[in-house]
Design a protein. Sequence first.
Length: 340
Amino acid sequence: MSNAILEVRELTTKYITRFREDIYAVDHVSLRVEEGKSLGIAGESGCGKSTLALSLMGYYFPPLYYTSGEIIIDGRNISGMNSDDVRKSILGNEIAYIPQAAMNALNPTQKVIRFIEDVIEAHDPSVTKKEVYNLAKGFFEAVGLPADVLQKYPVELSGGMKQRTVIAISVILSPQILIADEPSSALDVTSQKMVIKMLRNLMDKGYIKAMIFITHELPLLYNVTDDIMVMYAGQIVEKASAREAVFDPLHPYSKGLMGSIIVPEEGLRDVKLTAIPGVPPNLKKPPSGCRFAERCKYVRPECKGTSVPLRDVGNGRAYRCIIPETELREMYAREARKNV
């Protein structure tokens, strides 16, 4: 078995509102990403994906606070580390983060090379501008970006080129793991393919050892990641291989996500689209039982009682539901026959 680059155990983080209310956006989440592997995280907006990404870096700013759990990067536990130590020794070197709409973070009045100088000098003040340029030139060419991009202003680049440039800047220090939060959103299909190709190239060439790819488009992860976790209301509701999560989801929420998206993959393109009714629960006062119960068409009285643990079904697969796997599959099969 490969070594774990990132291992998270029962991580819980929360937001504290100005009215001193606790909102647990990441609730006892555990995950493992091994060297050479990529993990996808999917779910609706507001399910906790981006908060999980921020939490994994161990770098907290109010109103987000660490509550409990462990975050272990390449054998090093960063839980509870001083924020200055995290910024100096972890961010960029061990873990890199590409936030949503990252392309808009570039200052239009500065050339790309200046951003790279800032990143490298923050970790090594002794480096010269010539050394930075030579490093950046070689790195950009290696990941498929022309070196002349370094001397351009962000406004001279297309959206897809800006996004690829931001990715390159983020990983130029060769971190152990890259967290990419919706890196292909707001891009046309051609640019999306180029971004995905670049991310794969970074792993193939060893610039990063593992990756977490976050999106609300579950089918997209099938072409990018090895495994997928589905989040709902701050919790993990399903863990599976990419193929299982897309073609054979177990949890009713995962099933609903797949049923609400047009999928071009063979075997799914003719599936009738369905919507998930209702809205996610208010995390100021989450339900005591299954958090998806109010929206689930398979809900039972006992679903609204005590909390529901993840049900392990073997081979690294698990789902959070009281209904046994065989019963779920029977219900899905009957429903599919009705829709034929």
